[in-house]
Design a protein around this ligand. Structure first.
Ligand code: FAD
Length: 503
């Protein structure tokens, strides 16, 4: 049977936030005539409208859909992001950058950080960030896309920081061109087949009924299908990630410079973000309501954020965790309906993207769901969430802070066994577990461990060379090459302006 002879699978997407439009555009764009996609959204209900910082993987999504990067960035007032500057997490007054890139390079099969640990022990190494081009370019407010060769200029990556209220509408226009049908209206009932339990249609307030073979639940925290109709269980992670609120507030720029990075600053009952966009700065205090009230958090973010306040702080409520299964019967939850992890490492849009990617790989082309595909999807999605969860908990747990009840709690809490094992491996031998898929890679763990002052007891003994001055010279040359490359890059704002002028 040729592709065009097949009856397309009818996919109904519930929700027109970032997750809904990423799903609809991804399925329509990459499955073409195999699917017929309808998306229903309600303007009355609206979208979450936060979620401004991303990870480099999003570039793959933009590219695969044939979206022009410059046009997309202009439409969403986007800036480039080279990493996150973490302040006051390990100790008050200390900071480090978690870059989208590496530190130094492997020598004779021994990872760079082991050499750094040895030189640091001997008092011959500088801050590890000075051996990363991504870190140094970020701190100098410089930007240029990395090269595709294997040289120093290929050792970093980048993502975007954009206006979350403009990303969905941008994708909507793209998805409509791909044939996605948009229906405006409020879903009031999820209709299920009495025998199989599968969802058969969504009933709208207007009386309209949307029938489908496969339903994607992108209804956000409401989780109308996965949580409401199917009652899929929620795995609660608040014992490890106690933050359950955010007070978000935009401000005007205060300087000409636009930082090509997000800043995360630890606060007495959580942390606050600062995300520079082209036209404004997004700020928000992510906090635990067990340790501070909403009013106090709103006052704290208003006092901490620089620049003229463009709106009053808006409080958003959430719970850390995920569905036990994101794919149940013929319903697949994507985005906030599937789970939530606070934006400490900007991972939510990434998790949406990965859910769409896995769904594409395991898509029931003939409309019949193979339970093995469903199980595999759930395994992959769980793996992604669990990895991110452990990495986020590390930021709280690897601290010496004892200046507030909140920090005492997270510093002394029992962490998941999977994280405990990773931390033990690091502490005892300076090793980082290797992944072939999922987040986060070695350099990310190393950035946080070292950045937050958690140094291992031992490291690779092969780094104890008879002539340590040779390694010291090599480190010095690397630092110099990084300084030279950084100096040759244009300023971030300058690069953005030149790019916009070429449109
Ligand atoms: P929503 O935006 O809530 O969309 C839900 C959709 O469902 C809406 O269109 C709504 O109208 C529709 N809907 C609901 N019920 C009905 C109904 N009955 N009938 C019809 N339509 C309905 N992510 C990142 O990657 N980076 C970040 O920096 C980041 N920061 C964040 C900060 C905070 C404080 C929060 C809370 C989240 C953050 N996120 C971040 C997550 C990000 O905001 C979400 O992943 C993203 O917005 C996707 O949301 P969504 O589409 O799942 O849900």
């Amino acid at each position: 049977m040729s592709i065009t002879d097949r009856k397309p699978v009818r996919v109904v997407v519930l929700g027109g936030g970032t997750a809904g439009w990423m799903s609809a555009a991804g399925l329509a764009g990459l499955l073409g005539p195999l699917v017929e996609v309808t998306l229903v959204e309600s303007e009355d209900i609206g979208i979450v409208g936060v979620g401004e910082a991303t990870l480099p993987h999003i570039r793959g999504y933009v590219e695969r859909l044939g979206i022009d990067e410059a046009a997309f960035m202009q439409a969403t007032h986007a800036t480039y992001k080279l990493g996150i500057d973490f302040r006051d997490f390990g100790r008050i007054g200390e900071s480090y950058v978690h870059p989208f890139g590496t530190f130094g390079e492997e020598v004779a099969g021994v990872p760079f950080h082991h050499y750094w640990l040895e030189m640091q022990r001997q008092g011959r190494a500088a801050d590890i960030g000075t051996y990363s081009l991504g870190v140094m370019a970020a701190l100098e407010n410089k930007f240029r896309p990395p090269s595709a060769d294997a040289s120093l200029t290929s050792t970093y990556g980048y993502a975007y920081q954009f206006d979350a209220t403009l990303f969905g509408p941008f994708l909507r226009e793209h998805a409509k061109k791909l044939g996605v049908e948009r229906v405006e209206g409020k879903v009031i009932e999820v209709v299920r087949d009495g025998a199989s339990g599968d969802v058969t249609s969504l009933k709208l307030e207007s009386g309209q009924s949307l029938e489908g073979d496969l339903f994607i639940d992108c209804s956000g925290f409401r989780a109308l299908m996965i949580g409401g109709a199917l009652e899929e269980e929620w795995e609660d992670w608040s014992q490890w990630l106690p933050c359950d609120r955010a007070a978000a507030m935009p401000c005007a720029h205060v300087t000409q410079e636009i930082q090509p990075y997000t800043t995360a600053t630890a606060m007495p009952a959580g942390w606050r973000w600062r995300i520079p966009l082209q036209h404004r700065i997004g700020n928000g205090y992510v906090f635990s309501s067990s340790f501070i009230s909403e009013d106090e958090a709103c006052s704290a973010i208003a006092a901490a954020a620089e620049g003229t306040q463009l709106a009053d702080p808006r409080v958003l409520r959430f719970r850390a965790g995920r569905r036990k299964s994101s794919w149940n019967r013929n319903v697949i939850a994507v985005g906030l309906a599937s789970g939530f992890l606070e934006p400490l490492e900007s991972t939510s849009i990434y998790l949406t993207q990965m859910a769409v990617t896995y769904l594409l790989e395991l898509f029931p082309i003939d409309g019949k769901i193979d339970p093995r595909d469903r199980d595999e999807f759930n395994r992959l999605v769980d793996m992604e969430y669990d990895r991110v969860r452990d990495f986020l908990i590390l930021h709280y747990h690897a601290t010496e802070r004892d200046d507030s009840e909140f920090w005492n709690h997270v510093r002394t809490m029992r962490v998941p066994d999977s994280l405990q094992e990773k931390m033990t491996l690091w502490r005892e031998a300076g090793r980082v577990e290797k992944y072939s898929d999922g987040l986060f890679y070695d350099a990310s763990w190393i950035a946080v461990y070292i950045g937050q002052g958690l140094l291992p007891e031992r490291h690779d003994p092969r780094t104890r060379l008879p002539d340590p001055a040779r390694i010291e010279r090599a480190l010095g040359s690397l630092q110099q090459a990084i300084r030279d490359q950084t100096a040759a890059m244009p300023g971030h704002r300058e690069f953005l302006t030149a790019r916009a002028e070429r449109l």
